[in-house]
Write a new protein. Structure first.
Length: 256
């Protein structure tokens, strides 16, 4: 007899809600880019390559070089949180920087950062928010848990969009310090999650602190987006390039 796993009602409702959020975000980003979905796709692929592939390869390398690496990291709350948050911030923000400077440097409209963020955060939401919930739903998953899950994963998507705007602003304005700002904000946002995974705080406290850090990211991103020059380097979406774009794609070599 074959047993088919059926998620609980609340888990299914949460997954369905998150799927709707992803779909709505995709449609919104697609409209912002006049039906050009390339930044969205690049964002999703970049997350997969940098956050899932490169970061995991690095983790495996560390465990190979230092056999008791996991024991050393998990022996201290400080080391556990610092290492986990720093690795996530480094690989994901490096991915954003690489995408904006090497993969789609011709896309100069501010809306590019929003679309990329939807792709980057959307694929994470699908993997860690929907699939994880459907496959690993706890038996005690309640209506309250469902609401908090949707809130947390939606906030994470918003955070990815905000961080994408910040890195994009740094690239456009030749100010590499904004890559560092995005990296630090990413760490700040991940700290409550790291502490919760270690068992030092409750889920409610974690979500509250996480939400506060996302608000901080959004405020910085809002300032960056407002100061982006929408008239510089106009984008020809049909050609996928600019007629008068900057001569150097590696633009972080200039002003700091």
């Amino acid at each position: 007899m074959i047993t088919v796993f059926m998620p609980g009602t609340y888990a299914f409702a949460a997954s369905l809600t998150l799927a709707g959020i992803v779909f709505a975000s995709f449609q919104w980003a697609k409209k912002k880019m006049k039906s050009d979905v390339r930044p969205i796709v690049i964002g999703a692929v970049t997350f997969f390559v940098f956050a899932l592939l490169f970061e995991n390869v690095f983790q495996q390398l560390m465990m190979t070089v230092v056999p008791d690496w996991n024991e050393r990291i998990t022996s201290s709350l400080f080391l556990y949180v610092l290492y986990g948050c720093a690795m996530a911030g480094f690989f994901e923000e490096s991915g954003r920087y690489y995408a904006f400077t090497q993969v789609i440097p011709a896309y100069q409209s501010p809306e590019t950062s929003l679309s990329y963020g939807v792709g980057h955060g959307g694929i994470e939401l699908v993997l860690s928010g929907i699939l994880t919930l459907l496959v690993f739903t706890p038996e005690s998953f309640t209506a309250s848990d469902s609401l908090f899950w949707v809130f947390e994963r939606s906030a994470a998507l918003l955070g990815h969009i905000a961080l994408s705007v910040i890195v994009f602003y740094g690239v456009r304005q030749h100010k590499k310090r904004y890559l560092l700002i995005a990296f630090l904000l990413h760490i700040i946002a991940d700290i409550p999650i790291g502490i919760y995974k270690y068992g030092a705080i409750t889920l409610r406290t974690c979500d509250t602190l996480f939400a506060a850090s996302i608000v901080l990211c959004v405020l910085v991103a809002h300032w960056c987006f407002r100061h982006l020059d929408t008239q510089e380097y106009p984008m020809d979406l049909q050609k996928g390039k600019h007629g008068n774009g900057p001569p150097n794609n590696r633009i972080f070599s200039g002003q700091n």
